[in-house]
Structures are given as C-alpha cells and as structure tokens.
Design a protein. Structure first.
Length: 270
C-alpha cells in the first residue's frame, strides 16, 4: 500500500500562498510545488522564495522539461488564448500529473468560500481534490489577514497594478495591466510583442488582447486613454466602497479582485 501524499500547488498568487501558510501546521507532510512556466514575473519567484522561508520547507519547482517555446512549436506556432488553453494543460497540469505519478494524492486547492469558479483540475483517479478554504468558510478578507499576520503580505506585483500571477503575457490581463507591464518590465512587454509579431509568420495574426495589438496599445495617446478609463473605473468603485471593513484594506490600499481574475483557473494563476 502506498502512503497518501499531500500536495499543494502554488500559483504565485495570494490565495494559494495563504493556503500554504494556513495548512503549514495542519498537515506536516505537505509537499509544496510550483509549476514554473519559464515565463513568470520575477516578482512571483521572489515572493515564492519568501514564502519558502516562512513555510520552512522547500517549494519544489516542477520545471518545464519542455518549455513554452517547445510547445508553441508543437502547436504549430498557435499562441494560447482563453479558447485554446494548451499552456495550462502542458505547463501546469501535465507537470502536476507527472509529479504525482500513480501515488494516491490529496490535492489542496485554494478556492475561497466567497468565490465560485472552476478550472483545470486533474481528473486522475488517484488524485482527491480538497478545498480547505471552502470547508472552513475562508473568504478574501481572511486570506489578506493570513498573509499579513505571517509577514508575507500580498504578492509584490500587486503594488504596480497586476492582479494575478502567471505568465507575463497571460491573455487574461486587463489593458491597464499591459500598460503597467510596459512601464515596470519593458523587456517583458517587448518579448510579448515579439510573440504577436511572429504569429503572422505562422499564418495567423494573434493579439494577446483580442482585438488590439500591443504595438497599438503602447501608443502614448492610447496609453493615456487606458489610464483615464481605469482611473474613472477606480473612482466609481471607491464611491461604492464607503463602508468597506478595515480588514479589507492594507494601509489604505484597497485590495481588489478584478472581475476578470475570476476567469482564470485554479491550477494556473490565482
Ligand atoms: S498564466 Fe495565462 S498564459 Fe500562463 S499558463 Fe496560465 S493561462 Fe496560460
């Protein structure tokens, strides 16, 4: 009889980090893993290094033997999108299933009690998926408190406006996040732009952002327009938040889950 393994996949985001801290003293034999796509933000890797110190255990990186670029070639140069998520399957789910093998496994997923979404979760018969936050009624405010009390805090990329972890070119980003990416990591923005430009060579014009290319988005007038739209949306949200509990703010900064964040998946980016 194989021993049951307990595995928690970290995404680099706040919820899975909080779950890792939450479970630290509850399941001592927990294995923490991270599926590195090789296209992560540097802030994500720094955050995981700090989390590792708090957990007192290594976070195993299931490094991609076959990189994003390898799979891009396999898929005929067809970049991934929300309608063709080969990136999640090949760079997140497959490494997870390889790591697990045929061992009986309890898979801990950071789905909160205040959210309702589904995602790419292994359907292997030897994997039982559990949702401790849902079972214990843990909501977003609790997650923030767990992170604050541990000293880890929120992922550092949130300070410059990025709402999610995952690949720097993830197609779930808002336009304002692309603008911020260009400001904070111009080299990564250029790399994302190059992927768009190369897509034409494979017979398909592809934009990460649906109908607008990054070359169009980065034009100064367009950047100003995106920023103005975002500021106006934030002002409307602030007006609706007059009674926000203190626990839902950090030093006056409102911690927001943008609506699009819910479009992501459980293994990938939240
Ligand atoms: S973060 Fe986005 S681009 Fe990267 S694997 Fe996940 S869905 Fe795909």
């Amino acid at each position: 009889m194989s021993t049951i393994r307990h595995i928690l996949s970290l995404s680099g985001g706040k919820d899975s980090a909080a779950l890792a801290i939450y479970m630290r003293d509850r399941v001592h034999e927990m294995e923490y893993i991270f599926h590195d796509t090789d296209k992560e933000l540097p802030e994500t890797l720094d955050y995981l290094a700090r989390l590792e110190a708090i957990l007192g255990k290594p976070i195993v990186k299931t490094s991609t033997v076959d990189s994003f670029d390898h799979w891009l070639t396999v898929y005929g140069g067809m970049l991934p999108s929300n309608h063709r998520r080969w990136c999640t399957k090949m760079l997140k789910l497959k490494p997870f299933e390889t790591f697990v093998g045929s061992d009986p496994v309890v898979n801990y997923v950071a789905l909160r009690a205040d959210e309702d979404r589904t995602g790419y979760i292994s359907a292997k018969e030897n994997v039982e998926t559990v949702y401790p936050f849902q079972d214990d009624g843990i909501v977003r405010a609790d997650v923030i408190r767990i992170l604050e009390e541990s000293g880890l805090g929120l992922p550092p990329y949130m300070a410059w406006g990025r709402t999610r972890s995952g690949c720097f070119f993830c197609f779930y980003q808002q336009k304002i996040e692309w603008v911020r990416l260009k400001e904070v990591h111009p080299d990564l923005f250029e790399e994302a732009k190059r992927y768009e430009e190369q897509s034409v060579l494979h017979g398909e014009e592809f934009f990460w952002n649906a109908r607008e290319s990054l070359a169009e988005l980065e034009q100064p007038e367009r950047v100003n327009q995106i920023k103005a739209n975002w500021e106006a949306a934030q002002a409307r949200k602030r007006a609706q938040r007059k009674n926000l509990p203190l626990v839902e703010t950090l030093g006056g900064l409102v911690v927001d889950d943008e609506p699009h964040e819910r479009d992501g998946c459980l293994i990938c980016s939240i």
